[in-house]
Write a protein that binds this ligand. Structure first.
Ligand SMILES: [Zn+2]
Length: 170
């Protein structure tokens, strides 16, 4: 029950929308995406990110994230989110333009006991594809993150459908 869980982190996103929803026709990158680089991550943090991306592909019927750049695949850069005194609860940030996306993740979410890592990474990938926030508690795109196991299967399927549709891979 999502409503009963302690709210562990608030995600706010600097969303630079350039594509106006026609995201599949961008001048220099189309989904599926690939990871361009991971900056400032330890090898275990890199592994954590890659395993979440692999998991996303496994659960979708079409690959969303390629192993490597291919043609005009959409580049995603991963970085570490600096602590912000203005937004102390922020744990993830996605900044998108028509040529790619940068996802910054707080080191706090790599703490396994909080189980937020997967939720936040999926949420930020959603923004990278062009998804906005949902007002529905329990949605991956709701602006507050919960431990991944607290999301229902239908909520996750809806997220995959929305992401695949807006990314234009389905
Ligand atoms: Zn968000």
């Amino acid at each position: 029950m999502v409503g009963k869980l302690h709210v562990l982190g608030l995600i706010t996103v600097l969303f630079i929308a350039v594509g106006c929803g026609k995201f599949r026709q961008t001048p220099c990158g189309n989904w599926p995406a690939h990871v361009r680089s991971m900056e400032g991550y330890s090898s275990s943090q890199k592994e954590a990110v890659l395993s979440v991306l692999l998991d996303l592909n496994r659960q979708n019927d079409v690959a969303l994230i390629l192993d490597q750049a291919n043609g005009d695949s959409f580049p995603i850069t991963f970085g570490i989110l600096s602590e912000s005194p203005q937004n102390p609860m922020r744990v993830g940030l996605a900044t998108r333009d028509e040529c790619g996306c940068t996802i910054q993740l707080s080191e706090k979410i790599f703490n396994p006991s909080k189980q937020l890592f997967k939720s936040v990474t999926f949420h930020e990938l959603g923004h990278c594809a062009g998804l906005n926030h949902s007002s529905q508690t329990g949605d991956i795109m709701f602006p507050v993150a919960y431990p991944f196991h607290s999301y229902t299967a239908p909520a996750f399927d809806k997220f995959l459908d929305d992401l695949s549709m807006i990314a234009g891979v389905r």
